[in-house]
Design a binder for this molecule. Sequence first.
Ligand SMILES: CC(C)(COP(=O)(O)OP(=O)(O)OC[C@H]1O[C@@H](n2cnc3c(N)ncnc32)[C@H](O)[C@@H]1OP(=O)(O)O)[C@@H](O)C(=O)NCCC(=O)NCCS
Length: 259
Amino acid sequence: MADNQWASAVTSIAPNEIRVRGYRLDELMGRVSFGEAVYLVLRGEFPGAAGGRVMEGILVASIDHGVTPPSTLSVRNAATTGAPLNACIAAGALAVNRHHGGAVEDCMRLLARGRSRVEGGESVEAAAKALVAEEKAAGRRLPGFGHRVHSDDPRSHRLLALAKEAGVAGAHVAIAEAVVAALAASGKPLPLNVDGAIAAVLADLGFVPELANGFFILARTAGWMAHVAEELTREKPMRRIDQQACAYDGPAPRGLPTR
Ligand SMILES: CC(C)(COP(=O)(O)OP(=O)(O)OC[C@H]1O[C@@H](n2cnc3c(N)ncnc32)[C@H](O)[C@@H]1OP(=O)(O)O)[C@@H](O)C(=O)NCCC(=O)NCCS
């Protein structure tokens, strides 16, 4: 091998043939879901049909959350300056951090600590109680728990249910649920937020924490694009953006279309 040669196992490219992890990309198109393709490119194999539904659930859960999230306000503030789309999306991605959207990685690490305790012989309940006590003693907030708007995050319930239906929910989901119970018992009830639910499910799927925050950015990019489009078509440049002054005027609540 020449000194400057290096290897990549992600995608092979030859004239008129693109293969992701060995599969022809044009054959995957229209046959696999985006969630399955995301799993494939990251892990090298397919997640199976049920695992694919869980991946889809993770991506759909993070698609948008209105104008209140700091990252969406960053995107809209960038858009109002006349920044191009890529700069607006970059502004949003840079605002995904420990307190917003980026609690997934920290929560995965927290749940891994809980799993080690369980592997060491503690019950799930005792491990969860210990995590709550340790974080409190250290003066830290539990990543993946609490929400500014939701006292019972509907996305978390659905995602954990999907993981259970798919048979992929394991120790991390159990510990996350036990932490919710331990917090309630301690007199400080906090919901498992969507970052926490994604963290638990990603950990049970075997993902590494280093990649965790990418899933939120990946999914929320679609929502950010919608906010850039709206800013450009409905608002004037250089406006002062007050999230409290925004009223929703989109479609009234409606049921899913039949397929
Ligand atoms: C998301 C978050 C900022 C929302 O906070 P909020 O509802 O506006 O709550 P406040 O910051 O006003 O805090 C209210 C109280 O709850 C406590 N609290 C809130 N979230 C907490 C957490 N995750 N762990 C421990 N205590 C928490 C605060 O310490 C505060 O306690 P106090 O009244 O004794 O001072 C907060 O829950 C948090 O930091 N969570 C962890 C980070 C996270 O998961 N972010 C992703 C959100 S999707």
